[in-house]
Design a protein around this ligand. Structure first.
Ligand code: PMP
Length: 382
């Protein structure tokens, strides 16, 4: 099986699974219990927090463990809006965000906040000039993703932080899921940043939220107050320790992996861009990651291409595994101004540490074979 759907999720590293098993077996005490078992678990929790903090170059006290980026995004966005609601009602995000951000902003809009979407350039980036025009004295919240999950653009997070210096009231949240470590930024410059372990060979259902200043984000989940009252619920120690392991291994393997990904992307772009009807939506450029390639075959449905490759045991996806169900067209591609045909015919190929050049070559070979059939369909005008 050739797995090229890593932007949706990655295969856990074997060492991560071993850690998960071991912690479940040996350290099942509740981190909040004051007995010795609880204390040992709590020590392990804090050691994991410190390890993650070191790798990400942030302080451990600013890390809050959650069930993943969906929860982290919800806590940051709703919690910051709740904290700032008396200081302004204007909030900004973009239409290329993940549904866990977009739908949360729309919930705030329904509650009376004024929502603006910052424009996206044809190249898939936040339009900084438009952002400057949108920002005003009433703005309290901005959320922009680090790397887009549909076509892989790296967003200008540092530039946005600089623009925001003139607007100190604005809470700047960054969804870091697809960008963490792959593209180096100083996380300390943003107000909050979210992560999900399963995108870097950790487990599903575990993630974190970095918050620079705890009091600027109100709690939206109430209970035992385990994570400094920002996130309640029994701490998922086995998954957290496994996440720390995954992040360490990922950080150690990253530069070698990136070098391979550059070659894989080049190979695909070089081989497919000369096919008459193929459109490359993720060009080889500095503001794109190498691990995500979005391409379109206008007039052919993305689902048909995926099903056809699936027959040869190649797993890729349409634009995103979790695009908002409310829209027929992928919102992120639409925001970039791609034509309807182009959006409907788009597919996403994404790499991980485990992807090999052989996988990529096999994909290209099979894609070219299928292309001949699709070309006939396109040319017959059906
Ligand atoms: N943000 C982005 C950019 C993502 O790609 C994902 C996962 N598809 C999420 C947030 C949500 O992560 P999770 O499903 O693990 O909560």
């Amino acid at each position: 099986m050739i797995y090229l759907d890593n932007a949706a999720t990655t295969k856990p590293f074997d060492e991560v699974l071993d850690t998960f098993f071991e912690v479940n077996k040996k350290y099942y005490g509740n981190t909040a219990s004051i007995n010795d078992y609880g204390k040992t678990s709590s020590k392990l929790l804090e050691a994991s927090r410190a390890q993650i903090a070191k790798i990400l170059d942030i302080e451990s006290k600013n890390i809050y463990f959650t069930s993943g980026a969906t929860e982290s995004n919800n806590i940051a966005i709703l919690g910051a809006a709740e904290h700032k609601k008396d200081f302004g009602k204007h909030i900004i995000t973009s239409k290329i965000e993940h549904p866990s951000v977009l739908e949360t902003f729309r919930t705030l809009e329904n509650k009376g906040f004024k929502l603006d979407y910052v424009n996206i350039t044809e190249d898939g980036s936040i339009d900084l000039e438009h952002l400057k025009k949108l920002l005003n004295k009433d703005t309290i919240l901005l959320s922009v993703m680090h790397v887009n999950n549909v076509f892989g653009t790296i967003q200008p997070i540092d530039e946005i932080s600089n623009i925001l210096k003139e607007f100190p009231k604005v809470h700047f949240h960054v969804d870091g899921v697809q960008g963490v470590l792959k593209n180096k930024i100083n996380i300390n410059k943003v107000d909050s940043y979210s992560l999900s372990a399963h995108k870097f060979h950790g487990l599903k259902g575990i993630g974190l939220l970095y918050v620079k200043t705890r009091r600027t984000v109100n709690s939206i989940i109430f209970g035992g107050g385990q994570e400094d009252n920002l996130r309640s619920g029994t701490v998922n120690l086995p998954s957290i320790v496994s996440m720390a392991k995954a992040l360490r291994l990922y950080s150690e393997r990253l530069s070698e992996m990136n070098l391979r990904h550059i070659n894989y992307k080049k190979y695909i772009v070089e081989n497919l861009s000369n096919l008459k009807y193929v459109e490359i939506n993720s060009p080889i450029k500095d503001n794109y990651v190498n691990s995500i390639i979005n391409i379109s075959l206008p007039k052919i449905k993305g689902e048909s291409i995926i099903n056809s490759l699936n027959q040869d045991d190649i797993m890729i996806s349409t634009t995103s595994a979790c695009s908002s169900k409310k829209f027929n067209l992928n919102e992120a591609l639409h925001a970039r101004g791609l034509s309807e045909e182009n959006i409907k015919g788009s597919i996403r190929i994404s790499f991980s540490y485990y992807t090999t050049l052989e996988d990529v070559k096999y994909f290209v070979e099979k894609f070219k074979e299928k292309y001949e059939n699709f070309r006939e369909v396109i040319e017959s005008g059906i």
